[in-house]
Design a protein. Sequence first.
Length: 135
Amino acid sequence: MNYWLIKSEPNTYSWDDLVKLGKDHWDGVRNYQARNNMKAMKPGDLALFYHSVKEKSVVGIAECASEFYQDPTTDDDRWVVVDFVPKEKLKKPVTLDDIKAVPELSEMVLVKNSRLSVQPVKKEEFDKIIAMSEA
DNA sequence: GCCAACGTTGGC
DNA sequence: GCCAACGTTGGC
């Protein structure tokens, strides 16, 4: 079981959109690092769903629901997607400021390389953020 | 809305 | 194969 963080601008695609659809593929990734991370995902892996730009918060937990496959939005076979289903909405969003305020989370990719749209997250980091959302 | 940081592209 | 130029992203 691995943990991830997937990022989206809520104006473009939000947590609510995923909830509405019930299940959706995560498309539009055009970055090799992010692509490689998606290729490493397995069904059952959990991903923090992060809203960038305006909200800058983790808002929910999505569950990976497929292996990676060819991105249906492009013919370019370099790019892949995985399916996600919404698993749980956080009781309270955990903001970027909250995360930055916690020393244990200062090594997160989100903090160090905020531009990467699909990131690995350590189990401890994942658990910590969930705990913060319940506090 | 601005600007810094990063990744990618393309010329050499 | 290197590096400058460019485009995009996302925090502020």
